[in-house]
Design a protein around this ligand. Sequence first.
Ligand SMILES: Cc1ncc(C[n+]2csc(CCOP(=O)(O)OP(=O)(O)O)c2C)c(N)n1
Length: 804
Amino acid sequence: MTVQSKPYAEAAEALAAPDATEVAQLDAWWRANNYLTIGQIYLQGNPLLRQPLAAEHIKPRLLGHWGTSPGLSFVYAHVSRLIKRTGQQAIYLTGPGHGGPALVAAGYLEGTYSEIYPQVSQDEAGVLRLFRQFSSPGGIPSHVSVTTPGSIHEGGELGYVLVHAFGAVMDNPDLLAIAVVGDGEAETGPLEGSWKGVSFVNPERDGAVLPILHLNGAKIAGPTVLARKDPAEVRSLLHGHGYDVIEVEGDDLPGMHHRFAAALAGAWARIRAIQQAARSGEWDGSRPRWPLIVLRSPKGWTGPEEVDGIRVTGTWRSHQVPLSGVRDNPEHLAILERWLRSYRPEELFDDTGAPVAAIRALAPGGDLRMSASPHANGGVLTRDLDLPDFRDYAVDVPRPAEYRAESTRKLGELMRDIYTRNPDRFRLFCPDETNSNRLGAVFEVSDRGFMEHVTPDDLAIGRDGRVMEVLSEHNCHGWLEGYTLTGRHGMFATYEAFAMVSASQTVQHGKWLEEARHLPWRAKVPSLNVLLTSTAWRNDHNGFSHQGPGLIQVVLTQRGDVARVYLPPDANCLLSVADHCFRSRSYINLIVIDKQPQLQWLNMEEAIEHCARGAGIWDWAGNDDGASDPDIVLACAGDVVTMETVAAAQILKERLPGLRVRVVNVVDLMTLIRPKDHPHGMSGTLFTELFTDTADVVFAFHGYPGAIHQLVHGRPDADRFRVRGFIEQGTTTTPFDMTVRNRASRYHLVMDAINNAKRLPRGATALKQWCEQQLARHERYVVEHLEDMPEVRDWSLGDWAQRG
Ligand SMILES: Cc1ncc(C[n+]2csc(CCOP(=O)(O)OP(=O)(O)O)c2C)c(N)n1
């Protein structure tokens, strides 16, 4: 595209050439930040060095990361100047989140830290508190964590800085996300895949990401690939991803200030020019070449050059705490003191200990401070979705198990209309499976967003699209995280098995939400909604790779209660659950349901009631007639296993009518947990009402059986739960064979019921034999006919399907 850069040229020109006063101011701010960074790592007394440094001023445990920090604060200072001069809204994401002290120091120098945490005041006592709390018990973590104002990115698990940045700017036209990428981080798979974000950002309606690849040369214990590559290769790699590469290199001062100011001004001018062209109709629609800065500065810049005769600055040795044993080693103590005094703290803090006016003056005002940006506390910007009435999408279910539907299609229709009603704050993220997952109705109103070349063969693809399809679970997940953390709503829909690709992101996001709950100043953000479809049980055509219900287990194991797991058994339940999830805040909602045609059980009214309770007795499926003491409880959670359970109950009713069977279906898995352990946990009374205190329970579960044992732990006589679930049996086979291989078929459930019922009417042994015969018949039948037995394939409740 041709870029008209005129309107910004003037501002950029001034930005590019800071005068001596500005450079002095930038440098003072940077020195102050470096001083506060080192103070956080080392000091527990004498915070402003108003006395000679002594061993007792040094913390007993030295924890933190120095190496990345000066680079991070150098960039921060320059971006602050840019903001102050241009009014640009920006947030700052640090890939190497272990540079936490630099970002905490930045928030402190901008005043935000003291506004949020008044005890960390703008005086000597406040500086001391700032130092003592860092990486200390009862204090704050060492990373750019939830407690750090201005952060939406913890950066503890490396690799996600760009995905968060790109998610943050989608439908956020005025926002610039500065994303510092560590060169070690750049070796991770997720980061390598995330450069492609640029192929999805539309300058007309999205903001911009400015990646700053920080080639400080080393990671924890060795060199980085990109830092040791021929610079020409790095340039062509990034150019190949679609970026306009701007390079800054060195450690000379003030030279680096001048060169970086010019680079940043050039990058910003280009971004604004691209946006202005796109927004004023002067755009041919081609993908812009967005700027990217490569910053080559030494790791541990401005730190001690050598310690004990060994080089530190510019090497991996500066990664964490370059001087160890400071309390016991007078030479190290002296180096530390010289190092701290090299920043001339007496010029940086006034008599009271507050940052001097010249330093405070670098900070932009109010919300423009990156540490105070409302975009980084997205809950304050969140507007609820305008949701259509989900009842309008109901499947007509006059009787249970009569009608088959692809349940997720209904969700697609609901999302189609959510798109229409919320053109600026809802997106579906999916790794190339929107149609496959039967969510294709969204394409009636939105294309897939794509900024690369589109050909006539492409369907529903274009630059204005807002369905985000990229074949990277990491990108999809991370974009949605960035999108929700900045206050917008969405869903990540994925094949169940491949949700494990991004499981670690789910875990990390869960930790973030969990910690955020304890910070009153962090407003709640829209939930991370994850649809797990194309599930383990119905990947019969895809071989033994497409089955993996592990994400359920992963989130169950997490501390806290931000995770919810819903297993709607049919379309109406799915609609009710989805509506609930789209309204919720600050949760991780897993919704698990398959996309294949499946029997429908409940009409909309029943579905709403069932989902509101989270679990309930399906009287019509059992025959205990409301008795308090059924002989056996057949419980189920998950669509396929629900069908097997209802079918098993029907077999028992027909062939062993003297046995009193109760069927319980669970939609909200967390209801099984004790209420003291999870807010959704059902009361002890309700639990007894559903499962009794004594009857054995045969529980057919969608996921790994261990999950149910984990959930009912502590409930009355939890040992009576016999759980059938996915036990890692899969291949290319028929749908019913999947249940047989995993020993969760209706015939297995019937035999389990007989084996565990406290009271057995006559005929039980014969029924077990019949089940064995059916299983044997199944084995022969599928091999011979290549499909399931007709009585299974076409099974329905028939005359048994009477409600109430
Ligand atoms: C996914 C992941 N793997 C490993 C680590 C452990 N780790 C912490 S810092 C670091 C090196 C980071 O190097 P780089 O990204 O270049 O950051 P910088 O040099 O700026 O500190 C590693 C490997 C991690 N945090 N995340």
